[in-house]
Design a protein around this ligand. Structure first.
Ligand code: G3H
Ligand code: 13P
Ligand code: ZN
Length: 311
């Protein structure tokens, strides 16, 4: 089974009322933890690489790790560029074997976002690579860029049809109140998503796959564990899982999760090292960290995505 693009995955997910998990990968243990869970639950999956991940781990290492995961699991896996910020970066990933890319022009004026997304889509489609674009702007931190709540903006449903028609992109990330990182709402604030915007987008783009970024739930157990074992995280609030499940039953076909994996991995490492102060073999502490990734992904598949058994 080679790498797959997202077209067939999203078609089945849209029709079946579930979503595909898109998990960020940075090293071997993360790739293994995610894909072991998907294998056990027979779930399709998107492994996504940010430009920061590419700088950290090297493009070729990441491609080879994902190819190894496909060989070992036999699963349909899409390898996706997360938050591509230029045509050149998208081209480099397309030329270098990715099956899907995101061009994130959400910070640009509308017409510039359209021109950039169309340029990437025209190039990508020659190689059957699928393209995600973004309209509206999420708050939070990605690749060390911090978008303040004041600079964030919800997607305007009146623009989506024009945007998709003129760009030819295959999926669209929208801003309905999710945000990147662990601090999505202020302490005491009640998490809310604009389901009215999602419903309106769905009405204007029937059958078209929608993407939610910033969809970690920031499970308190792991924040508590980090703080129990020497960490100092302030109160963190994520997106309630029942809201994400609702979105997955609607037009949302791709749900992005990175922070929840980071929290599970870090909490487990801290606990292990605190409880085994004399251990210094990376295999000893990375084994439970990898298992924590696997458990978190299995939890997402069964509780949020509904993608178990959909291969
Ligand atoms: O949305 C961003 C993802 O969490 C990736 O984060 O850019 O720090 O790798 P990164
Ligand atoms: P979280 O920070 O909520 O995990 O979002 C990840 C994401 O959107 C990656 O593109
Ligand atoms: Zn994102």
């Amino acid at each position: 089974m080679p790498l797959v693009n997202t077209r067939e995955m999203f078609k089945k997910a849209y029709e079946g009322g579930y979503a595909i998990g898109a998990f960020n990968v940075n090293n071997m243990e993360i790739v293994q933890g995610i894909t072991e869970a998907c294998k056990e639950l027979n779930s399709p999956v998107i492994l996504q690489v940010s430009s920061g991940a590419r700088k950290y781990a090297n493009h070729t290492y990441l491609v080879k790790l994902v190819e190894a995961a496909i060989e070992v699991t036999g699963l349909p896996i899409a390898l996706h560029l997360d938050h591509g910020d230029s045509f050149e970066l998208c081209k480099s990933c397309i030329d270098g074997g990715f099956s899907s890319v995101m061009i994130d022009g959400s910070h640009l004026p509308y017409e510039e976002n359209i021109a950039l997304a169309k340029k990437v889509a025209d190039y990508a489609h020659q190689f059957d690579v699928t393209v995600e674009a973004e309209l509206g702007r999420l708050a939070g931190i990605e690749d060390d860029v911090n978008v303040s709540a004041a600079d964030a903006s919800y997607t305007d449903p009146a623009q989506v049809q024009d945007f998709v028609e003129r760009t030819g992109v295959d999926s669209l990330a929208i801003a309905i109140g999710t945000s990147h990182g662990a601090y999505k709402f202020k302490p005491g604030q009640k998490p809310q998503l604009r389901f009215d915007i999602l419903a309106e987008v769905e009405k204007r783009l029937p059958g078209f796959p929608i993407v939610l970024h910033g969809a970690s739930s920031v499970i308190p157990e792991f924040v508590d564990m980090i703080n129990t074992y020497g960490g100092k995280m302030p109160d963190a609030i994520g997106i309630p899982e029942d809201m994400l499940r609702e979105a997955a039953k609607m037009a949302v076909c791709k749900i992005n999760v990175d922070s929840d994996l980071r929290l599970a991995m870090t909490a487990t490492l801290r606990k292990y090292l605190a409880e085994h102060p004399s251990h210094f073999d990376p295999r000893q502490y990375l084994s439970p960290a990898r298992a924590a990734i696997k458990d978190m992904v299995a939890h997402k598949i069964t509780t949020v995505l509904g993608s178990a058994g959909k291969v």
